[in-house]
Design a protein around this ligand. Structure first.
Ligand code: ADP
Ligand code: MG
Length: 274
């Protein structure tokens, strides 16, 4: 078996990329899958959310990408069995510039992951809120598609055409198998009409991609990272936990329809009109 690799991308900050990567990862692990979360954001939010201290790392993704340290040496266990982490910290901020002078600079993450592909069922790459070289590395390493979290708010789709264009370019030049694995609607507030409008708008823009499971706005989800815990450890009965559990089921059902070595057909991306 070889890992299915997904990245969580949206150049907008605060749309729940990290929250989704980390909590989906926790529920995939709870379902018996071997999961690796790779933090490619210099802010290190996935690292913190999984209980590691970004300031106390001896080795991080920076050393893997820039110094060529084998990824196994940077692996960090989390308190959840089956959920491992390649952590990051602010060192990685400099990597955008340093990467630019390296050979195969867009493919370094894909290459770095090769030695651990057999060790995991899912590799989830949490991306920074930008479309720079770190994000391009994540898109290039992805085998089974991009997961796009979209916050249920006014102008939710704004800026997505730029992400779609980047995905298209990476598909043409670096990763012909790149597809959109799914769109996750996050921070839904059922008390407002706006929430429902946004859901409909996003569904009509991505008619086949949007996951049925919608993640509600839930205070427990925002508290869990400050305790270095996933929602499964912190508040397993909360509405946020139940939503990510349901998303994990839906995600696995979609993912495991296809063999792990499935090479996605070239699918044209929806024509962005936003
Ligand atoms: P991104 O990685 O896209 O920048 P985050 O996952 O860090 O976004 O989420 C942004 C903020 O919103 C964080 O403080 C997070 O805890 C909070 N958050 C994410 N999802 C929810 C939710 N469903 N309900 C309430 N707060 C949330
Ligand atoms: Mg983040």
């Amino acid at each position: 078996m070889t890992a299915r690799i997904y990245c969580f991308a949206n150049q907008k900050g605060g749309v729940a990329k990290t929250t989704t990567a980390v909590n989906l990862g926790a529920y995939l692990a709870a379902a018996g899958r071997r999961v690796l979360v790779v933090d490619t954001d210099p802010q290190g939010n996935a690292t913190t959310s999984l209980g590691a201290d970004p300031r106390a790392l001896t080795l991080s993704l920076y050393n893997v990408l820039i110094d060529g340290v084998p990824i196994q040496q940077a692996l960090t266990l989390t308190d959840r069995v089956g959920l491992d982490l390649v952590p990051s910290n602010t060192d990685l901020a400099g990597a955008e510039i340093e990467l630019a002078r390296l050979m195969a600079r867009e493919q370094l993450l894909a290459r770095a992951l090769r030695p651990v592909l057999e060790q995991y069922d899912y590799i989830l790459i949490d991306q920074p809120p930008s479309l720079g070289l770190l994000t391009i590395n994540g898109l290039t390493a992805t085998t089974h598609g991009v997961v796009i979290p979209v916050q249920c708010e006014y102008l939710a789709l704004e800026g997505l055409s730029l992400l779609m264009k980047t995905i298209q370019q990476v598909r043409e030049i670096l990763n012909e198998h790149l597809t959109i694995a799914g769109v996750v609607l996050t921070m839904y507030d059922s008390r407002t009409n706006l929430g429902q409008q946004v859901v409909e708008e996003v569904q009509s823009y991505f008619p086949n991609e949007v996951f049925q499971t919608i993640i509600p706005r839930n205070i427990r989800l925002s508290e869990a990272p400050s305790y270095g815990q996933t929602i499964l450890s912190y508040a397993p009965n909360s509405a946020g936990a139940l939503a990510y559990q349901a998303l994990a089921q839906e995600f696995m059902a979609r993912a495991e329809q296809q063999p792990a070595d499935f090479k996605a057909k070239q699918v044209p991306s929806p024509s962005p009109s936003v």
